[in-house]
Ligand binder design. Sequence first.
Ligand code: UDP
Ligand code: MG
Length: 154
Amino acid sequence: MSERTLIILKPDTVTRGLLGKVISRFEEKGLKLVGCKMIELNNEVLEKHYDHLKDKPFFPSIVSYMTSSPVLVQAWEGVEAVDVVRLMIGVTNSRQAQPGTVRGDFAMSIGRNIVHASEDIDAAKVELERFFDQNELYSYTRADEDKIYEDDEK
Ligand code: UDP
Ligand code: MG
C-alpha cells in the first residue's frame, strides 16, 4: 500500500552541503517527494518529536544539535514507504550503519546522523501532522511511475 513518511534532513546534512546527495537517493529509489520546507526547530517541538528521549541525560545535546541550523522537513510517498525509508537510512549509530545506507555512507556518529525518518506508520501520521499543514502536502504523478511499480502494486 502507498504510504507517506516524514524525513528530516538534520543540521549536519544542511551545513555539510549534503542535501542534494541525500535527496537524490530517495528520488532515485522511486519514492515521491510530496512535501518539503526549511524550518528551524525549537525545544518545544523537539520535546514532542523526541518524547521517548526527553528524560535521557543526552537530551540537551540532541536539542543543541537539532537547533544548530535550519533543517529540511520532507514528506515522501511510495508503496511501504515507511519501512523502505527506515531501511535506506540505516541504524541509529552511524558507525554501525551498513554501507549503502545514508547513515552508513555519510556519517560517523550517533549524535550526528544526518537524517530522521518515522519509525512506523502510526508515528508517520503523527509526525507529518506535526510538521505539515494539509495544504503543504501535494499529490502528483511521477513520469516514470509505471516503470517503478507493477500495475497491480500501486
Ligand atoms: N540519539 C543520540 N544518542 C543516543 C540515542 C539517540 O544522540 O544515544 C539521537 C540521534 O540523533 C537519534 C535521535 O536521538 O537519531 C533519535 O533516537 P532514536 O532512538 O529514535 O533513533 P532513530 O529513530 O533516529 O534511528
Ligand atoms: Mg526514532
